[in-house]
Design a protein around this ligand. Structure first.
Ligand SMILES: O=C(O)CCC(=O)C(=O)O
Ligand SMILES: [Fe+2]
Length: 504
């Protein structure tokens, strides 16, 4: 029985207490030690809520006083509260301390806000206060001592533990290489499939040093930028950034920042604000002109914000340049023959990635294993530096400070076959194109590339064919049992569009 589920008002916690200490493997011990050291440093919850396990030794549990609700496991109670409107939450919260605590859970208010954002609002430090328009100095707080709930405590813990243990002391074999710069030839010959950090090119940008969250606030206070599901004026986002404590902070991720700020870009523009680092060469998606998929974003977020594990769209590569702040990167190569990073689950067709909801939750649970997993790469990219994300690599990113960055996705010549394979064979996962051309993206790209760079296209298609053959060879090698004749025994009915085309 979960400690949060009370069948009787005065339950005997001793009954469900674990009887034995389970012997853990050294690896599992390392996890728990890490987690315990970190947990020890968590400040007290402002309402006095403690983790569920404490219920086993407590003499009182105030959840027993919330009527029929006491029977519900915390997860279910929280799920039910997700269907309540603001008025119902406020009224239910005034009935007892435990329900007061459950109805104060700020994720509930974040969802209400996002669902129906108030027309004009002032950010008051929490989603609840903001939604209800309560200035911070008028917010009351009632002690909920003797309430034990992981559902309420864990997000607070994840929002407050120090994450430094995970982002420091990077083992040398995992460290992402750093250089001042690379030439186009060096990139193309050696580095298209390897993450690296360049320390020079971004420092030459006119906006390096002059674009900061503060200068953006001064210049564009009323310009709206996209932050996940909301469009907020820069002034509102900055108040959020300065005063919030979400487990997964709202992340500003705007693909129209060039248009919204009116800047010029590219080395050829006379008053360009920035340009892609030269070593990456021509972006082959540029042959698509206006029809190219989304490719550039301004990214801004407070300390502890970031991106959970994902691969970039359409098998593109990317660069991510930091203007202010710093980011910790955790990266893994991918291929159908290697497992996804620890804690990441892929759907059969690799189109869905499931990983723990928050970055902190991931680091607490899986970081120590991730760090010891072959292929793991880690690094910190600082202001004025740019990091290369190779096509197909998984990455998780954590802002170590309030950060402002620009990112651009591109198709380097050396990875053309991967992009062609993705557009042709994973059509249902193609994204970022205008809707009317999305299912013809492969044909369109082949046509336009053929017009502008026929020899590059030819080479790309040949490489694609080579990879496909090599993939088939490996599949057959792996599935053919000893003594089996060619063509006999087990065979798998792949059609023309072999799913294993990418097997290296
Ligand atoms: O800066 C970040 O949070 C990473 C962004 C990223 O990975 C992306 O744009 O795909
Ligand atoms: Fe990414």
């Amino acid at each position: 029985m979960a400690p949060g589920t009370l069948l009787e008002p005065h339950f005997d916690s001793a009954e469900s207490r674990p009887l034995k200490k389970i012997k853990l493997s050294p690896a599992a011990n390392a996890f728990t030690e890490d987690a315990e050291n970190v947990a020890a440093a968590v400040p007290t919850h402002p309402l006095g809520i403690r983790p569920s396990g404490n219920a086993y030794t407590a003499s009182e549990n105030i959840k027993s006083r919330c009527g029929a609700f006491r029977r519900l496991p915390d997860e279910l109670l929280n799920l039910i509260l997700e269907s309540f409107d603001a008025d119902a939450l406020v009224r239910l919260g005034s009935t007892c301390r435990a329900l007061y605590a459950f109805t104060r859970f700020d994720e509930l208010w974040r969802a209400l806000f996002i669902e129906s954002p108030p027309k004009d609002f002032v950010w008051h430090g929490t989603w609840r206060s903001t939604f209800l328009g309560i200035p911070q100095e008028h917010v009351t707080s009632i002690s909920c001592k003797n309430l034990f709930s992981d559902v309420l405590h864990r997000p607070f813990q994840c929002a407050n533990i120090s994450l430094e243990a995970f982002t420091s002391r990077i083992p040398s074999q995992n460290a992402i290489s750093r250089f001042p710069d690379l030439t186009r030839e060096e990139f193309s010959e050696k580095w298209t499939d390897v993450p690296f950090i360049l320390t020079s090119p971004v420092k030459e940008w006119p906006i390096c040093g002059t674009w900061t969250p503060e200068t953006l606030l001064k210049k564009y206070p009323d310009v709206k930028f996209r932050a996940e599901a909301v469009d907020w004026p820069m002034s509102k986002y900055m108040s959020y950034m300065a005063n919030s404590s979400d487990e997964s902070p709202l992340y500003l991720f705007d693909r129209a920042f060039v248009e919204r700020t009116g800047i010029a870009t590219g080395r050829d523009a006379s008053d360009a604000a920035y340009w892609p680092p030269d070593c990456f060469g021509e972006d082959l998606f540029s042959v698509l002109g206006e029809q190219r998929p989304d490719c550039r974003w301004m990214i801004m977020g407070p300390k502890r914000s970031g991106s959970t594990f994902h691969k970039d769209p359409n098998a593109t590569s990317a660069w991510n340049a930091i203007l202010t702040g710093s980011k910790y990167w955790l990266m893994f190569p991918s291929s159908p023959s290697i497992a996804p990073p620890p804690g990441v689950i892929l759907s059969g067709d690799q189109s869905e990635i499931t990983s723990p909801l928050s970055i902190a939750e991931y680091l607490l649970t899986f970081h120590s294993l991730a760090r010891r997993t072959p292929g793991c790469r880690e690094g910190i990219c600082y202001a004025g530096e740019v990091l290369h994300v190779p096509s197909g690599w998984f990455h998780l990113v954590l802002n170590l400070e309030d950060s402002l960055a620009l990112t651009q996705n591109f198709v380097p010549q050396k990875r053309l076959a991967d992009i062609l394979s993705f557009l042709r064979d994973q059509r249902n996962q193609v994204s970022g194109f205008k809707e009317e051309i999305a299912d013809q993206a492969y044909e369109l790209f082949v046509e336009k590339l053929g017009e502008k760079h026929p020899e590059i296209l030819e080479e790309g298609l040949k490489e694609l064919e080579r990879k496909q053959k090599k993939g088939r060879g490996k599949w057959e090698e792996l599935t053919k049992h000893e003594g089996e004749e060619e063509g006999g025994g087990f065979s798998f009915g792949f059609g023309q569009n072999d799913d294993d085309a990418e097997v290296p």
